[in-house]
Design a protein around this ligand. Sequence first.
Ligand code: C2E
Ligand code: MG
Ligand code: MG
Ligand code: MG
Length: 292
Amino acid sequence: QAKAAGRNAVRFFDPEMQAVATANAALASDLRQAWRDNHLKIEYQPQVGMDGGMTGVEALLRWEHPVRGTVQPDEFIPTAEETSLIIPIGHWVLEAACAQLAAWAKRPDRAHLSIAVNVSVRQFRHPDFIDDVMSCIRRSGIPPDRLKLELTESLLASNIDAAVAKMRNLKDMGVRLSVDDFGIGYSSLSYLKRLPIDELKIDRGFVKDILTDTNDAAIAATIIGLCRSLGLEVIAEGVETDEQRAYLARQGCHRYQGYLFCRPLPLEQLEAFMQRLPGGGGTVTPEPSSVA
Ligand code: C2E
Ligand code: MG
Ligand code: MG
Ligand code: MG
Protein backbone atom coordinates (compact mmCIF):
# COMPACT_ATOMS: atom_id res chain seq x y z
CA GLN A 1 0.00 0.00 0.00
CA ALA A 2 1.58 3.26 -1.18
CA LYS A 3 0.11 5.28 1.66
CA ALA A 4 1.51 2.94 4.29
CA ALA A 5 4.97 3.05 2.68
CA GLY A 6 5.12 6.81 3.16
CA ARG A 7 5.71 9.73 0.82
CA ASN A 8 9.37 9.11 0.13
CA ALA A 9 8.84 5.52 -0.87
CA VAL A 10 6.07 6.50 -3.27
CA ARG A 11 8.34 9.02 -4.90
CA PHE A 12 11.24 6.59 -5.10
CA PHE A 13 9.23 4.04 -7.06
CA ASP A 14 7.61 6.59 -9.36
CA PRO A 15 8.90 5.37 -12.76
CA GLU A 16 9.00 8.91 -14.19
CA MET A 17 11.10 10.19 -11.30
CA GLN A 18 13.28 7.13 -11.63
CA ALA A 19 13.87 7.89 -15.32
CA VAL A 20 14.81 11.48 -14.54
CA ALA A 21 17.20 10.38 -11.79
CA THR A 22 18.85 7.87 -14.14
CA ALA A 23 19.24 10.48 -16.89
CA ASN A 24 20.75 12.95 -14.42
CA ALA A 25 23.22 10.37 -13.17
CA ALA A 26 24.23 9.55 -16.75
CA LEU A 27 24.73 13.23 -17.58
CA ALA A 28 26.79 13.71 -14.43
CA SER A 29 29.15 10.84 -15.23
CA ASP A 30 29.38 11.98 -18.88
CA LEU A 31 30.30 15.47 -17.74
CA ARG A 32 32.91 14.16 -15.31
CA GLN A 33 34.46 12.23 -18.21
CA ALA A 34 34.32 15.30 -20.48
CA TRP A 35 36.10 17.35 -17.85
CA ARG A 36 38.84 14.68 -17.52
CA ASP A 37 39.20 14.40 -21.32
CA ASN A 38 39.44 18.17 -21.89
CA HIS A 39 36.25 18.28 -23.94
CA LEU A 40 35.14 21.54 -22.37
CA LYS A 41 36.00 24.61 -24.44
CA ILE A 42 35.59 28.34 -24.04
CA GLU A 43 34.11 30.66 -26.62
CA TYR A 44 34.27 34.43 -26.42
CA GLN A 45 31.48 36.79 -27.41
CA PRO A 46 32.33 40.46 -28.03
CA GLN A 47 30.77 43.27 -26.01
CA VAL A 48 30.51 46.52 -27.89
CA GLY A 49 29.75 50.15 -27.18
CA MET A 50 26.80 51.79 -28.88
CA ASP A 51 29.47 53.76 -30.75
CA GLY A 52 30.72 50.52 -32.38
CA GLY A 53 33.95 50.11 -30.41
CA MET A 54 34.62 46.70 -28.87
CA THR A 55 35.16 46.89 -25.12
CA GLY A 56 35.67 43.24 -24.24
CA VAL A 57 34.28 39.73 -24.40
CA GLU A 58 32.26 37.31 -22.29
CA ALA A 59 33.70 33.83 -21.77
CA LEU A 60 31.10 31.12 -22.45
CA LEU A 61 31.55 27.39 -21.83
CA ARG A 62 30.96 24.77 -24.52
CA TRP A 63 31.03 20.99 -24.28
CA GLU A 64 32.40 19.39 -27.42
CA HIS A 65 30.72 16.00 -27.10
CA PRO A 66 32.22 13.27 -29.35
CA VAL A 67 28.74 11.93 -30.23
CA ARG A 68 26.24 14.71 -29.51
CA GLY A 69 28.30 17.56 -30.95
CA THR A 70 28.36 20.88 -29.13
CA VAL A 71 26.33 20.83 -25.92
CA GLN A 72 25.21 24.28 -24.73
CA PRO A 73 25.87 25.36 -21.15
CA ASP A 74 22.19 25.60 -20.19
CA GLU A 75 22.13 21.80 -20.59
CA PHE A 76 25.11 21.04 -18.38
CA ILE A 77 25.76 23.94 -15.98
CA PRO A 78 22.93 22.79 -13.64
CA THR A 79 24.54 19.32 -13.50
CA ALA A 80 27.95 20.88 -12.98
CA GLU A 81 26.48 22.78 -10.02
CA GLU A 82 24.74 19.74 -8.52
CA THR A 83 27.88 17.62 -8.73
CA SER A 84 30.22 20.42 -7.59
CA LEU A 85 32.15 19.95 -10.84
CA ILE A 86 31.47 23.66 -11.32
CA ILE A 87 34.21 24.35 -8.76
CA PRO A 88 37.16 22.99 -10.80
CA ILE A 89 35.50 23.95 -14.09
CA GLY A 90 34.80 27.50 -12.93
CA HIS A 91 38.35 27.79 -11.65
CA TRP A 92 39.67 26.69 -15.05
CA VAL A 93 37.54 29.33 -16.87
CA LEU A 94 38.88 31.99 -14.51
CA GLU A 95 42.49 30.85 -15.12
CA ALA A 96 41.93 30.84 -18.88
CA ALA A 97 40.41 34.32 -18.82
CA CYS A 98 43.32 35.71 -16.80
CA ALA A 99 45.86 34.04 -19.12
CA GLN A 100 44.10 35.56 -22.14
CA LEU A 101 44.00 38.98 -20.48
CA ALA A 102 47.74 38.69 -19.76
CA ALA A 103 48.38 37.99 -23.46
CA TRP A 104 46.22 40.95 -24.49
CA ALA A 105 47.83 43.25 -21.92
CA LYS A 106 51.09 42.99 -23.91
CA ARG A 107 49.42 44.27 -27.09
CA PRO A 108 48.58 47.97 -27.36
CA ASP A 109 45.69 47.13 -29.71
CA ARG A 110 44.15 44.63 -27.24
CA ALA A 111 45.10 45.97 -23.80
CA HIS A 112 41.81 47.86 -23.40
CA LEU A 113 39.70 44.68 -23.62
CA SER A 114 38.00 43.13 -20.60
CA ILE A 115 36.86 39.54 -20.09
CA ALA A 116 33.61 38.78 -18.28
CA VAL A 117 33.45 35.42 -16.48
CA ASN A 118 30.19 33.85 -15.29
CA VAL A 119 30.28 32.80 -11.66
CA SER A 120 27.76 30.26 -10.39
CA VAL A 121 26.18 30.61 -6.96
CA ARG A 122 27.91 27.47 -5.73
CA GLN A 123 31.28 28.80 -6.89
CA PHE A 124 30.72 32.21 -5.31
CA ARG A 125 29.75 30.64 -1.97
CA HIS A 126 32.83 28.40 -1.87
CA PRO A 127 35.14 29.51 0.97
CA ASP A 128 38.18 29.57 -1.37
CA PHE A 129 36.59 31.73 -4.06
CA ILE A 130 38.09 35.08 -3.04
CA ASP A 131 41.57 33.59 -2.64
CA ASP A 132 41.25 31.85 -6.01
CA VAL A 133 40.41 35.10 -7.78
CA MET A 134 43.22 36.90 -5.96
CA SER A 135 45.85 34.30 -6.88
CA CYS A 136 44.68 34.15 -10.52
CA ILE A 137 45.16 37.89 -10.81
CA ARG A 138 48.54 37.86 -9.05
CA ARG A 139 49.98 35.00 -11.07
CA SER A 140 48.83 36.40 -14.40
CA GLY A 141 49.91 39.93 -13.50
CA ILE A 142 46.87 41.45 -15.21
CA PRO A 143 45.33 44.81 -14.34
CA PRO A 144 42.48 43.58 -12.08
CA ASP A 145 39.93 45.91 -13.64
CA ARG A 146 40.14 43.99 -16.91
CA LEU A 147 38.48 41.04 -15.20
CA LYS A 148 34.74 41.25 -14.81
CA LEU A 149 32.73 38.75 -12.80
CA GLU A 150 29.11 38.15 -13.78
CA LEU A 151 26.96 37.30 -10.77
CA THR A 152 23.25 36.53 -10.69
CA GLU A 153 20.52 37.83 -8.41
CA SER A 154 19.97 34.31 -7.01
CA LEU A 155 23.20 34.78 -5.12
CA LEU A 156 21.42 37.31 -2.93
CA ALA A 157 18.49 35.01 -2.20
CA SER A 158 19.80 33.70 1.10
CA ASN A 159 22.44 35.51 3.13
CA ILE A 160 22.60 38.95 1.50
CA ASP A 161 25.03 40.42 4.05
CA ALA A 162 27.56 37.65 3.50
CA ALA A 163 27.19 38.05 -0.26
CA VAL A 164 27.69 41.82 -0.11
CA ALA A 165 30.78 41.37 2.09
CA LYS A 166 32.28 38.99 -0.46
CA MET A 167 31.48 41.36 -3.28
CA ARG A 168 33.27 44.14 -1.36
CA ASN A 169 36.36 41.92 -1.08
CA LEU A 170 36.35 41.46 -4.83
CA LYS A 171 35.84 45.18 -5.45
CA ASP A 172 38.75 45.95 -3.09
CA MET A 173 40.96 43.83 -5.37
CA GLY A 174 39.92 46.04 -8.26
CA VAL A 175 37.82 43.43 -10.04
CA ARG A 176 34.66 44.66 -11.76
CA LEU A 177 31.27 43.17 -10.90
CA SER A 178 28.24 42.78 -13.12
CA VAL A 179 24.75 41.48 -12.35
CA ASP A 180 23.77 39.05 -15.11
CA ASP A 181 20.22 38.37 -16.36
CA PHE A 182 18.95 41.41 -14.52
CA GLY A 183 15.20 41.75 -14.22
CA ILE A 184 14.23 38.07 -14.04
CA GLY A 185 15.09 37.57 -10.37
CA TYR A 186 12.82 38.00 -7.40
CA SER A 187 14.75 40.64 -5.54
CA SER A 188 13.44 44.11 -4.98
CA LEU A 189 15.06 47.14 -6.53
CA SER A 190 15.90 48.59 -3.14
CA TYR A 191 18.84 46.21 -2.57
CA LEU A 192 20.56 47.57 -5.66
CA LYS A 193 21.99 50.63 -3.98
CA ARG A 194 23.60 48.42 -1.34
CA LEU A 195 25.51 46.37 -3.88
CA PRO A 196 29.11 47.21 -4.75
CA ILE A 197 28.58 46.60 -8.46
CA ASP A 198 29.71 48.30 -11.66
CA GLU A 199 27.21 47.05 -14.21
CA LEU A 200 23.81 45.53 -14.85
CA LYS A 201 23.13 43.22 -17.79
CA ILE A 202 19.61 43.41 -19.19
CA ASP A 203 18.38 39.87 -19.73
CA ARG A 204 17.94 38.68 -23.30
CA GLY A 205 14.29 37.91 -22.49
CA PHE A 206 13.47 41.63 -22.41
CA VAL A 207 15.47 42.46 -25.53
CA LYS A 208 13.93 39.81 -27.75
CA ASP A 209 10.54 41.49 -28.28
CA ILE A 210 11.59 45.00 -27.34
CA LEU A 211 10.12 46.47 -30.54
CA THR A 212 6.72 44.76 -30.30
CA ASP A 213 6.07 44.17 -26.61
CA THR A 214 5.45 47.48 -24.87
CA ASN A 215 5.97 45.88 -21.44
CA ASP A 216 9.41 44.59 -22.37
CA ALA A 217 10.30 47.95 -23.90
CA ALA A 218 9.19 49.72 -20.72
CA ILE A 219 11.14 47.33 -18.48
CA ALA A 220 14.32 47.74 -20.53
CA ALA A 221 13.94 51.53 -20.56
CA THR A 222 13.37 51.51 -16.79
CA ILE A 223 16.46 49.39 -16.11
CA ILE A 224 18.53 51.72 -18.28
CA GLY A 225 17.18 54.80 -16.51
CA LEU A 226 17.81 53.22 -13.14
CA CYS A 227 21.42 52.41 -14.05
CA ARG A 228 22.06 55.88 -15.32
CA SER A 229 20.71 57.50 -12.19
CA LEU A 230 22.65 55.11 -9.93
CA GLY A 231 25.83 55.67 -11.95
CA LEU A 232 26.00 52.05 -13.14
CA GLU A 233 27.07 50.77 -16.53
CA VAL A 234 24.29 49.02 -18.43
CA ILE A 235 24.69 46.40 -21.13
CA ALA A 236 21.99 44.56 -23.09
CA GLU A 237 22.39 40.91 -24.06
CA GLY A 238 20.88 39.08 -27.02
CA VAL A 239 20.75 42.03 -29.43
CA GLU A 240 20.05 40.50 -32.84
CA THR A 241 18.80 43.40 -34.98
CA ASP A 242 19.87 46.96 -35.61
CA GLU A 243 16.37 48.14 -34.64
CA GLN A 244 16.79 46.60 -31.18
CA ARG A 245 20.22 48.23 -30.86
CA ALA A 246 18.88 51.62 -31.98
CA TYR A 247 16.03 51.48 -29.43
CA LEU A 248 18.45 50.62 -26.62
CA ALA A 249 20.84 53.37 -27.75
CA ARG A 250 18.00 55.91 -27.73
CA GLN A 251 17.15 54.92 -24.16
CA GLY A 252 20.76 55.56 -23.17
CA CYS A 253 22.07 51.97 -22.92
CA HIS A 254 25.88 52.01 -22.91
CA ARG A 255 26.82 48.73 -24.53
CA TYR A 256 25.44 45.54 -26.03
CA GLN A 257 26.25 41.97 -26.82
CA GLY A 258 24.51 39.83 -29.41
CA TYR A 259 24.47 38.11 -32.77
CA LEU A 260 24.04 41.51 -34.46
CA PHE A 261 27.68 42.30 -33.73
CA CYS A 262 29.13 38.82 -33.31
CA ARG A 263 28.30 35.30 -32.09
CA PRO A 264 30.40 33.60 -29.43
CA LEU A 265 33.59 32.39 -31.18
CA PRO A 266 36.59 30.17 -30.40
CA LEU A 267 39.70 32.24 -29.68
CA GLU A 268 41.33 32.00 -33.14
CA GLN A 269 38.12 33.03 -34.86
CA LEU A 270 37.70 35.88 -32.39
CA GLU A 271 41.19 37.14 -33.22
CA ALA A 272 40.36 36.96 -36.95
CA PHE A 273 37.09 38.81 -36.31
CA MET A 274 38.87 41.59 -34.39
CA GLN A 275 41.50 41.88 -37.11
CA ARG A 276 38.75 42.69 -39.61
CA LEU A 277 37.33 45.50 -37.43
CA PRO A 278 38.25 49.10 -38.29
CA GLY A 279 41.75 49.71 -36.97
CA GLY A 280 42.23 45.95 -36.40
CA GLY A 281 39.98 46.15 -33.34
CA GLY A 282 42.50 48.34 -31.57
CA THR A 283 40.69 51.63 -31.81
CA VAL A 284 37.27 52.83 -30.80
CA THR A 285 35.58 54.03 -33.95
CA PRO A 286 32.52 56.16 -33.31
CA GLU A 287 29.52 55.58 -35.54
CA PRO A 288 27.94 59.03 -35.70
CA SER A 289 24.60 57.60 -36.79
CA SER A 290 24.28 55.14 -33.91
CA VAL A 291 22.98 57.51 -31.27
CA ALA A 292 19.69 58.89 -32.48
P1 C2E B 1 24.49 34.27 -19.96
O1 C2E B 1 25.66 34.53 -19.08
O2 C2E B 1 23.29 35.12 -19.77
O3 C2E B 1 25.07 34.35 -21.43
C1 C2E B 1 24.40 34.91 -22.49
C2 C2E B 1 23.83 33.84 -23.38
O4 C2E B 1 23.16 34.47 -24.47
C3 C2E B 1 24.88 32.94 -24.02
O5 C2E B 1 24.28 31.65 -24.10
C4 C2E B 1 25.04 33.53 -25.41
O6 C2E B 1 25.54 32.62 -26.36
C5 C2E B 1 23.61 33.93 -25.70
N1 C2E B 1 23.50 34.98 -26.70
C6 C2E B 1 24.33 36.03 -26.90
N2 C2E B 1 23.89 36.83 -27.89
C7 C2E B 1 22.74 36.29 -28.33
C8 C2E B 1 21.79 36.68 -29.35
O7 C2E B 1 21.92 37.69 -30.04
N3 C2E B 1 20.71 35.87 -29.50
C9 C2E B 1 20.50 34.75 -28.76
N4 C2E B 1 19.41 34.03 -28.99
N5 C2E B 1 21.38 34.36 -27.79
C10 C2E B 1 22.48 35.12 -27.58
P2 C2E B 1 25.12 30.36 -23.79
O8 C2E B 1 26.50 30.50 -24.31
O9 C2E B 1 24.29 29.20 -24.25
O10 C2E B 1 25.21 30.35 -22.22
C11 C2E B 1 24.06 30.13 -21.45
C12 C2E B 1 24.31 30.38 -20.00
O11 C2E B 1 25.20 29.42 -19.43
C13 C2E B 1 24.97 31.73 -19.73
O12 C2E B 1 24.01 32.74 -19.80
C14 C2E B 1 25.52 31.49 -18.33
O13 C2E B 1 24.53 31.68 -17.36
C15 C2E B 1 25.89 30.02 -18.37
N6 C2E B 1 27.33 29.88 -18.56
C16 C2E B 1 28.06 29.91 -19.68
N7 C2E B 1 29.37 29.79 -19.41
C17 C2E B 1 29.48 29.69 -18.06
C18 C2E B 1 30.59 29.54 -17.15
O14 C2E B 1 31.79 29.52 -17.51
N8 C2E B 1 30.27 29.43 -15.82
C19 C2E B 1 28.98 29.49 -15.36
N9 C2E B 1 28.76 29.38 -14.06
N10 C2E B 1 27.94 29.63 -16.19
C20 C2E B 1 28.18 29.74 -17.52
MG1 MG C 1 26.74 36.00 -18.50
MG1 MG D 1 23.06 36.99 -19.18
MG1 MG E 1 20.75 34.99 -19.97
